[in-house]
Design a binder for this molecule. Structure first.
Ligand code: UD1
Ligand code: CA
Length: 463
């Protein structure tokens, strides 16, 4: 038996989105739509997933490779329709020894593994199968035409004439197909574009296959919201609201505390442990992990970050690719950029920014500070207004600060530089040389008191 592959159609412009961004990269709860499709496919098709890209191909490939490094790509240079898109993938599929392909539109973000498994189970013994759903309003979907219970074909909304096909039943094409490759090879070249859109429709395969006596089946997937296509900002917002509701309901049921859950946006790829306490509005996306007894307070954005138990992320803080260990306190108004790692019981306060910086256990940087490319030992106190000057305009350099050091307020440390354990730096210093363990360093102009003020000019010189 040959290989079963999946082919995601993701080359379209997404004109109805009115955005330059390729449609499949529009996000739902912080993740591009196409990521959801690939996640659903992985279970059955890992290693055998092809994507047809075209509009914004580079951006789509880059994004997809970031979460599906083994995906394959084919290019559809001109977007001439879904049938043409599949035709573009055919040579690559054939060469890979594929004998049956699951084709799916890239704009079905709510598709889950369950509905896919149901569809696959319904496809057995067919040459061509497609999923159908029934909607109160068939809208812009392709309509399924049946007569006396017999399938006749799929007619696109624009081409549907009631006089010819009768009133639409509400049964529509969901954009999910299972096709024998031999059938594609025979029938794709026969598809024309003499229709209202001037496009080559994949849906025309159905009528052609029926005419030639192939086994064709519309697999009814009920009134299934999991297969709704997203073509417009309104449909995107609706899909996102549905997913948000189902993610949050599942989290609440598992024992996560959500305050104002309607305003909490959590990606289904994030891991939230029962006992975590989250207040909206807030956003937790990417591969974030929030542990039991961690608190995320209002107006925070947490992306691809870990927050351990007992840690508190106070309001208006922003975390990306950061790790906050147990019982650390962050914010309000803190910014943890990629590579920030906060030790247990450390504190990062208001208007403090960390990037590629480890802050040791119990260390504190409570006010108005930038720490970049730094390693800071446990118990160290970083005074208000401290800056690690990590960039000379060309290169980045590291700052090392030992344990139990005290960095006075408004200190600038010009990297590369090392400050030893237990060292003390006077406020306002500009540190350009290493400070050994246990030493006091002051690097600022000495204060001069120059006598009574009335005798002085504005430049401080005596008149
Ligand atoms: C399509 C179906 C319609 C179905 C609906 C389900 C066709 C002709 N119509 O309509 O029957 O009810 O999906 O959601 O297939 N794409 C390409 N290359 C192209 C054109 C499109 O890769 O040249 C991709 C798009 O990026 C998208 C997918 O194919 O992911 C579907 O295209 P779209 O324009 O959204 O089709 P619909 O009008 O929604
Ligand atoms: Ca669509």
């Amino acid at each position: 038996m040959g290989i079963q592959a999946a082919c995601v159609l993701a080359a379209g412009k997404g004109t109805r989105m009115h955005s330059a961004k390729p449609k499949v990269l529009q996000t739902v709860l912080g993740e591009p739509m196409v990521r959801y499709v690939l996640h659903a496919l992985e279970e059955h098709f890992a290693g055998n997933i092809w994507l047809v890209t075209g509009h914004g191909a580079e951006a789509v490939q880059k994004s997809v490779l970031s979460f599906a490094p083994d995906a394959h790509f084919v290019l559809q240079r001109e977007q001439l329709g879904t049938g043409h898109a599949l035709a573009c993938a055919l040579p690559a599929l054939k060469e890979a020894g594929v004998d049956r392909v699951l084709v799916i539109n890239g704009d079905i973000p709510l598709v889950g593994r369950k509905v896919l498994a149901d569809f696959l189970a319904g496809c057995a013994d067919t040459d061509l199968a497609f999923a159908t759903i029934t909607l109160p309003d068939p809208g812009a979907y392709g309509r399924i035409v049946r007569k006396d219970g017999h399938l006749l074909g799929i007619v696109e909304a624009k081409d549907y004439e009631i006089s010819r096909y009768g009133a639409p039943s509400g049964e529509v094409n969901a954009g999910l197909y299972s096709l024998k490759l031999a059938l594609c090879e025979e029938l794709l070249p026969l598809i024309g574009n003499a229709n209202k859109s001037g496009e080559y429709y994949i849906t025309d395969l159905v009528g052609l296959a029926l005419e030639r006596g192939y086994t064709v089946k519309g697999v009814v997937c009920g009134n299934n919201t999991a297969l709704l296509g997203v073509n417009s900002p309104l449909e995107l917002a609706e899909a996102e609201a549905m997913l948000q509701k189902s993610v949050n309901s599942a989290l609440l049921a598992s024992g996560v505390l959500l305050h104002a859950p309607q305003t909490v946006r959590i990606s289904p790829f994030a891991e939230i442990e029962p006992g975590a306490d989250i207040t909206g509005p807030c956003e937790i996306t990417g591969h974030s992990r929030v542990c039991a007894d961690a608190r995320i307070m209002t107006s925070c954005v947490v992306r691809d970050s870990v927050v351990e138990g007992g840690a508190e992320i106070r309001p208006f803080s922003h975390l990306e690719n950061a790790i906050v260990h147990a019982e650390a306190l962050v914010g309000p108004y803190a910014r943890l950029r990629p590579g920030a790692e906060l030790g247990c019981r450390s504190h990062v306060g208001n208007f403090v920014e960390l990037k590629k910086t480890q802050l040791g256990e119990g260390a504190k940087a409570n006010h108005l500070t930038y720490l970049g490319d730094a390693v800071i030992g446990s118990g160290t106190n970083i005074g208000a207004g401290t800056i690690t000057c990590n960039y000379d305009g060309r290169h980045k350099f590291q700052t090392h600060i030992g344990a139990n050091a005290f960095i006075g307020s408004n200190t600038a440390m010009v990297a590369p530089v090392r400050v030893g354990d237990n060292a003390l730096i006077g406020a306002g210093s500009i540190i350009t040389k290493d400070v050994p363990d246990n030493e006091l360093a002051i690097a600022r102009a000495r204060q001069k008191n120059l006598g009574a003020r009335r005798n002085l000019g504005t430049d401080g010189e005596k008149k």
